[in-house]
Design a protein around this ligand. Structure first.
Ligand code: UDP
Length: 329
């Protein structure tokens, strides 16, 4: 199939593109390269460096290429930055997405898989979290993703567009070739492996006074390869009439920050010095996915669920890419 991946030069997009190519799809990546990396685009995929704000350029891309479905991952993803610069987040994560939908409509492309997030739930009333839980984002990032889910819902009603929103929990790990390279990095597992490799002196632990077993926050870590697999399952899902819905993607199991650090110490053999810091604003105590809907409707379930394997893959990738893709250039 001809598939357009927006944000295909980013962390998840790079692994997704690689996996789509392995399945024999022909992939066009569009990415403005503001946070993505040319080196992260798998050989054979066609990278077009363009911003989703550029409607004429988008129209040209749809006119010139055989595109049958879109996977929309391009977005800003920093919770902290979103609180300081909300306009930037609504512009990029919502308005640019609307540009994309308009271009799709103009060229009769009817299917889109959207990269959403567990942040749409905010502070959950109970865990595991199912898709029917209240949608109450507590930060701009989560609200921008939820807003675009609503846009998709109304485009489906108005134009018959089919969408699947995949609500990722904590994506981590790497393929053998592509991994996380954010500047600055804010996610726990990439920071833990950098600390294990001595790239970071000391790992901050944000809060040890949560109402959890060891006082640190609990998250559901899901391998990036499983996230890629869910996009493939979503494509099939459209054919089975499972579109126009949102699906949680997680392992259904939670680990505390301290458990992640302990596991990383075992996997890497490194000390990983930590520093106890105050809570990071806006961090819910517990986020764990109920992924039964994805299992029942899309036939998806995680294949790489062991936390050791997730951390190991991130560590191996970081060892091969000290300082990231651009280091040493
Ligand atoms: N965290 C931490 N130190 C760090 C980065 C993250 O203690 O250097 C904690 C963070 O407070 C949260 C958990 O690790 O409780 C997961 O954070 P991450 O940013 O990876 O994902 P989030 O759940 O915020 O999307």
């Amino acid at each position: 199939m001809g598939i357009l991946v927006t944000g295909g030069a980013g962390y998840i997009g790079s692994v997704l593109t690689e996996e789509l190519m392995k399945e024999g799809h022909s992939v066009i990546v569009i990415d403005n390269l503001s946070r993505g990396h040319r080196e992260a685009v798998a050989a054979g995929a066609h990278l077009i460096p363009v911003d989703l704000g550029d409607a004429p350029a988008l129209n040209n891309i749809f006119r010139r290429n055989k595109i049958e479905a879109v996977m929309h991952l391009a977005a800003y993803t920093s919770v902290e930055q979103s609180m300081k610069e909300p306009g930037k987040y609504f512009q990029n994560n919502v308005v640019c997405g609307v540009n994309l939908l308009e271009a799709m409509l103009r060229h009769n492309i009817g299917r889109i898989v959207f990269s959403s997030t567990a942040a749409v739930y905010g502070e959950p009333e109970k865990v595991p979290i199912s898709e029917d839980s209240p949608l109450k984002p507590v930060n701009v990032y989560g609200d921008s993703k939820l807003t675009f889910e609503r846009v998709l819902h109304w485009y489906a009603k108005a134009y018959g567009l089919e969408y699947i929103a995949l609500r990722y929990f904590n994506v981590a790990g790497a393929s053998s070739r592509f991994g996380a390279d954010h500047h600055p990095e804010t996610n726990l597992i990439p920071i833990v492996v950098r600390a294990a490799l001595g790239e970071i002196e000391c790992l901050p632990v944000f809060g040890t006074d949560y109402d959890t077993g060891d006082g640190t926050c609990i998250r559901d870590y899901i391998h990036v390869l499983d996230i890629a697999g869910a996009h493939m399952a979503a494509l099939e899902g459209f054919n089975k009439g499972k579109g126009n819905s949102a699906y949680n993607l997680g392992n259904g199991e939670g680990f505390s920050v301290m458990e992640v650090i302990e596991t990383a110490r075992k996997v890497t053999g490194a000390d990983i010095p930590v520093k106890i810091c105050p809570r990071r604003p806006g961090d819910p105590a517990r986020l764990i996915a109920d992924y039964n809907r994805a299992k029942d409707h899309l036939g998806w379930q995680p294949q790489h669920s062991a936390l050791e394997d997730i951390i190991k893959s991130a560590w191996l990738w970081q060892k091969k890419h000290p300082g990231g893709y651009d280091a040493g250039r």
